[in-house]
Design a binder for this molecule. Structure first.
Ligand code: ADP
Length: 491
């Protein structure tokens, strides 16, 4: 089957969050399962080229019409492991910037990329079985193909993965017009008109309406997004297209996330480790982390939080837990990058207020090395999300031997099962879960986790090893995707 993934990110060369991990892990596993897979992404200035092999110019000139002018683009081709990655490099400076997102004209940038990707595929003249698009950035590809390209390029079916419904890509009809298409035509209610702002184009809505299949990244998230609470205004449209929706949970790539092969860890280990050795290695990594982050030497357990600092991830709950570390019940380590000014201010204030608290370390960085050390050294990873489409942090925590404490939502609900829940079989129990998005419920759950750590220390380490043995590789989820593809092609 010829499968083309088009996305804004792919790990490890262009990564902001989980989207990158999924595009990489899924493509790699589909390739393992003998499919003909390639990926198209923009050629970012900050691409981590060292991971690419055989990077070469593939096409000298692809012409794209935008804003009344013709623009030149180069297409590069490289191998990322076994995956062929095409990189679109416009002459204009849409991607020659320091970050992947965060610019006023993000919509313009990714609309341009969407059009360029389709133009490129058209010129390649291949027959594509599955065109798999990810999130709002490239959602316009679905309507654009069906309305404007379908006579010039053969794509059998289009699949849209929804990694996060909060980001929808709102823009103006003029942005569509700039590409040479009739903006007003797409603004209709049955097309891309935003359900809340009638004069606004909603790119993700376009993906939802025009795709043949919609894959939210976990089963629970697939049902949550049909509700007002989680639907971000698109719940009615999603309900209308319910037949096309199927939740598939993400896996993680065993090469990118393994304490056995990680280049960033002093001691390597995996699920075959015995209890005594694990305790020693954990202590070693804790000592290294405490030294590195200038934390008190201590026997206290370490709770960590790693991720983008955004409202979705429960920043108030995180700040509360961070501050309470001064009560000497645990140490708290945060690694994250704030994605908005208000949160940036709040977290900098936290860091300043707690300057003397040596049970707390706040780190504003995107740092894979430190990230691996934190996963290996911490006892618990706190994920108090308001919503979480899938979440990879809890799965990485399992692999590295840290126990997730999570709010029951989305992929967290599908992968973390509470130790104290009598309705869950012993075999499945793997973490701590609270239901209500509030401090009381979270604190009660953190206290249960800390008690489990102190009272049942051997049980704690046995649980770490049991959790490491869980299989969250891409193999199963990629098979689920493949079944979806096959069903689509055969119908
Ligand atoms: P989201 O996609 O919402 O950002 P996920 O849990 O799905 O959250 O995926 C986050 C991914 O990004 C994980 O691989 C996580 O380890 C990584 N990550 C997030 N923040 C950082 C950071 N500051 N430094 C290093 N890795 C990070």
């Amino acid at each position: 089957m010829k499968i083309v993934h088009i996305a804004a990110e792919i790990a490890p060369i262009a990564k902001v969050g989980g989207l990158a991990d999924v595009v990489y892990g899924l493509s790699k596993e589909l390739k393992n399962q003998k499919q003909d897979v390639c990926v198209i992404i923009p050629f970012y200035k900050k691409l981590k080229k060292s991971f690419l092999k055989d990077l070469k110019l593939y096409k000298k000139k692809l012409i794209i019409f935008e804003k009344n002018r013709y623009h030149k683009n180069k297409i590069f081709l490289a191998k990322l492991d076994d995956i062929s990655v095409f990189l679109i490099d416009p002459d204009k400076n849409y991607f020659k910037r320091n970050s992947i997102y965060g610019y006023k004209n993000d919509q313009e940038r990714f609309l341009y990329f969407s059009k360029a990707a389709l133009e490129f595929l058209k010129e390649e003249k291949n027959i594509i079985d599955i065109l798999h698009i990810h999130d709002w950035h490239v959602s316009f590809i679905a309507p654009l193909y069906k309305e404007c390209f379908c006579k010039k390029l053969t794509v059998k079916k289009i699949v849209l993965s929804i990694h996060n419904l909060e980001y929808q890509g709102l823009c103006k009809t003029t942005n569509i017009k700039a590409l040479g298409y009739n903006g007003a035509y797409f603004l209709e209610k049955e097309k891309l008109q935003d359900p809340c702002k009638p004069k606004t184009i909603n790119l993700l809505k376009g993906g939802i309406i025009y795709s043949d299949k919609i894959i939210p990244v976990s089963k629970t998230y697939a049902s949550e997004i049909l509700t007002k609470e989680y639907g971000f205004g698109l719940e009615k449209i999603l309900k209308k297209h319910k037949r096309k929706i199927k939740g598939i949970i993400n896996g993680i790539d065993n090469k990118l996330f393994s304490p056995k092969t990680s280049k960033h860890l002093k001691c390597s280990y995996d699920s075959k480790i015995n209890l005594d050795k694990l305790i020693k290695i954990k202590e070693k990594h804790k000592q290294l982390l405490r030294e590195k982050l200038n934390l008190n030497e201590s026997n206290l357990p370490i709770i960590a939080n790693i991720g983008r600092i955004v409202y979705q991830k429960g920043p108030d709950l995180i700040i509360d837990t961070a501050r309470a570390s001064k009560n000497d019940k645990y140490q708290f380590v945060l690694l994250g990058t704030p994605f908005n000014k208000k949160l940036e201010k709040e977290f900098h204030k936290l860091k300043k207020d707690e300057k003397k608290n040596k049970n707390l370390s706040i780190n504003f960085a995107y740092d894979e090395k430190l990230c691996h050390l934190i996963f290996a050294a911490s006892d618990f990873v706190l994920i108090p999300s308001k919503f979480e489409p899938c979440g990879l942090t809890q799965i990485i925590a399992f692999k590295f031997g840290s126990i997730p404490i999570v709010r029951k939502t989305g992929g967290l609900a599908d992968s973390v099962f509470d130790i104290d829940n009598k309705n869950i079989s012993k075999n499945k129990k793997n973490g701590f879960v609270f239901e209500k998005f509030n401090k009381q419920d979270m604190n009660k759950t953190i206290n249960r986790a800390l008690k489990f750590y102190t009272d049942k220390n051997n049980e704690f380490y046995k649980l770490l090893i049991k959790n490491m043995k869980q299989n969250y590789s891409w193999e199963k989820s990629a098979k689920d995707y493949l079944n979806v593809y096959k069903e689509l092609i055969n119908n």
